[in-house]
Ligand binder design. Structure first.
Ligand code: 5RP
Length: 233
């Protein structure tokens, strides 16, 4: 049998560790991305084996809802539940205070709603995502109403960012979010004050939400690969 790529193996182990923290009779926020996809798969496995019972998932994207259905996780909505016990989601950068940049999958608007309501929010990443200062490696995703792309680009540029409209994989059109909007990727040198920047950007007319998650994460599970072996800390 072909050996699994070590990075994929590591994502799988982080996803498994996060899924193991979910208890029966809970409402679970289901994040978006390749690492969380493994957590969703393992939640489905635990339900199928009977080890876990009666959970309901709140998906953060169309992608997460498709995966949840595939792995047999019953879904609910924020109209039906008054709290989320635990959320599992990936991130693109994590700073030492557990502040995050998210939105590499263009899902940060729904992710912030769901993850922010969770009593326990577990972030699943690999060690390459750990940074001293947010913004140092990853551009900040900003979801924007299509008619406001030009003025918001100018406003972000005035804040010191280099701004790109996110294009689809074939570069033949912009990425469209689950809400029907577009994403501007704003690359700063580093973001000195994430809380201030989060509020400031969300105040620009035409911005729906940006990918700074400040003070939301309660735990970060970090996967590593050493000598071809995956581990989680
Ligand atoms: C989606 C996200 C993802 O969680 C983030 O991009 C990490 O994804 P992956 O686990 O594939 O690296 O924020 O909007």
């Amino acid at each position: 049998m072909a050996e699994m790529d070590p990075v994929k193996l590591m994502k799988q182990e982080v996803g498994r560790a996060a899924a193991a923290k979910v208890q029966s009779d809970t409402v679970v926020g289901l994040g978006t991305g390749s690492t969380t996809a493994f957590a969703i798969q393992f939640l489905g496995d635990r339900l199928a084996s009977g080890e876990l019972k009666n959970i309901k998932g709140v998906p953060t994207s169309f992608q997460a809802s498709v995966l949840a259905k595939k792995y047999g996780i019953p879904l609910t909505t924020l109209d039906e539940v008054d709290k989320i016990d635990i959320a599992i989601d990936g991130a693109d950068e994590v700073d030492p205070q557990f502040n995050l940049i998210k939105g590499g999958g263009a899902a940060h608007t729904r992710e912030k709603i769901v993850d922010g309501l969770a009593e326990q929010f577990i972030v699943v990443v690999d060690s390459s995502k750990l940074v001293e200062k947010l913004g140092s490696t990853f551009a900040l995703p900003v979801e924007v109403l299509p008619m406001a792309v030009a003025p918001v680009t100018r406003a972000l540029t005035a804040l010191g960012a280099t701004v790109d409209l996110r294009m689809g994989v074939n570069k033949d059109g912009p990425v469209i979010t689950d809400q029907g909007n577009m994403v501007l990727d704003a690359k700063f040198e580093a973001i000195a004050n994430p809380a201030e920047m989060e509020a400031h950007i969300n105040n620009i007319p035409g911005v729906l939400e940006n990918g700074l998650f400040v003070g939301v994460a309660t735990e970060v599970l970090v996967g590593e690969v050493k000598d071809g072996q995956a581990s989680v800390r």
